[in-house]
Design a binder for this molecule. Structure first.
Ligand SMILES: Cc1ncc(COP(=O)(O)O)c(C=O)c1O
Length: 393
């Protein structure tokens, strides 16, 4: 009766909801402080005070709540273009910026504007599984290529092998959800050379869609290389869900490299898709709110403390993992072969986590540490007990 595809796909994704509901159930049963729920990437800090103040101040601005150009307010797009130019050295102007309702919409719009049915999009595992739906919506095919074990850096020869005449794009996400890795300048430069070769061989570009919601959440002074600078066919998708802790407000942007051939038509296609997918335009008030906070990262210090604490707790318990360089996820090696069985075992210790299979990278598990410091601190014994049960050591 209903869409077969949707009903089937819903069944595939229902485990996330099941985990979420399980977490709530356990909290009701044992108390919030006895349940260590590391499932969701929902930022725990409130938005910065200056952002909240600006919301209040802007709310009565005349014409701010009306329909507007589908690409968004010109002045806001100008500020983002200047920011993108500062970060990348590429000469962006307002006309290459499209305001969107978060990165999810930005990715959907980008893929709709680019793809013909049956074309392929390479994704680097571990990856944000929603990419499967966004590409699937365009009747495209996701081609996962695993990153290198332990460092989670792109495996350049493997990517080279995966590229075919049908490859339309590759999605990069650095800092990465779920690994916390930042792809190095060196590996991105190597990838750029591979994509140049592919363009020559197949006679069409392979677009680089850079999904960057975590670009401001980085630790230890590590610099995130600019994808817009390295790849001439780059399309940057960014949002303020994580950097300003505003995921409920749905605000972000797409920046199309002016170096893309026929960039004007691509931008026009994206603006059209923004409208016809039903987003119409990004929220007016929030376009104005974020425009003066492009460089900020809400709660960065707190995330760093939590990362350090969680890392120490895990290593102390016996787990092995890379110390994340960015985002607010830690991706640790699963001490059992089956990461789904491990996540079930964790529940017995009131730890809720997501197995690596949920990110196309079995044998690992993800912890989202955008939770309170106390939740992490209180979980230390539970992780020790879990490791013991999983390994018998
Ligand atoms: C890698 C990645 N991309 C995109 C998104 C979607 O972000 P937004 O809230 O901006 O739509 C998320 C959200 O968790 C994410 O982790």
């Amino acid at each position: 009766m209903f869409s077969k595809t949707v009903v089937e796909n819903m069944a595939g994704g229902s485990w996330i909801r099941a985990m979420f509901e399980l977490g709530n159930q356990l909290k009701a049963q044992y108390g919030t402080d006895k349940v260590y729920d590391f499932t969701l990437g929902n930022p725990d800090p409130e938005p910065p005070e200056a952002v909240l103040a600006q919301m209040e101040q802007l709310v009565r601005t005349p014409n701010i709540h009306k329909y507007m150009s589908n690409a968004g307010f010109e002045d806001v797009r100008g500020k983002i273009a200047a920011y993108m130019e500062r970060e990348s050295g590429v000469a962006f102007t307002a006309k290459e910026i499209i305001m969107v309702t978060g990165a999810a919409a930005g990715l959907s719009i980008t893929l709709k504007a680019l793809m013909n049915p049956g074309e392929e999009v390479i994704v680097l595992a571990p990856y944000f599984m929603e990419y499967n739906s966004y590409v699937g919506n365009q009747n495209g095919k996701v081609v996962p290529v695993k990153t290198l074990p332990d460092t989670f850096q792109p495996d350049i020869p493997a990517i080279e092998k995966a590229i075919t005449a049908n490859t339309k794009a590759i999605i990069l996400n650095s800092p990465n959800n779920p690994s916390g890795a930042i792809y190095t300048e060196e590996s991105l430069q190597a990838l750029a050379r591979v994509l140049d070769e592919a363009e020559k061989e197949f006679g069409h570009p392979v677009y680089v869609i850079s999904d960057e919601p975590y670009v401001k959440i980085v630790y230890d002074g590590v610099k995130v290389p600019s994808v817009a600078k390295i790849f001439k066919n780059a399309i940057t998708v960014n949002s303020f869900s994580k950097s300003l802790a505003l995921p409920g407000e749905r605000i972000g942007y797409i920046a199309v490299n002016p170096t893309i051939e026929d960039a004007d038509t691509l931008v026009a296609a994206m603006v059209y898709c923004n409208r016809t997918l039903g987003f119409v335009n990004a929220p007016g008030l929030f376009q104005k709110v974020i425009a003066d906070h492009l460089d900020e990262a809400a709660g960065l210090e707190a995330y760093k403390e939590r990362r350090d604490l969680l890392y120490d707790i895990l290593v102390d318990a016996g787990f092995s993992c890379m110390k994340p360089q960015g985002a607010f996820y830690l991706f640790a090696k699963c001490p059992m072969e089956d990461d789904s069985a491990f996540s079930q075992m964790a529940i017995k210790h009131n730890i809720i986590l997501v197995g690596g299979s949920g990110f196309g990278y079995p044998g690992y598990f993800r912890l989202a540490y955008c939770v309170s410091y106390d939740t992490i601190r209180n979980s230390a014994q539970a992780f020790k007990d879990l490791y013991k049960e999983a390994t018998g050591k």
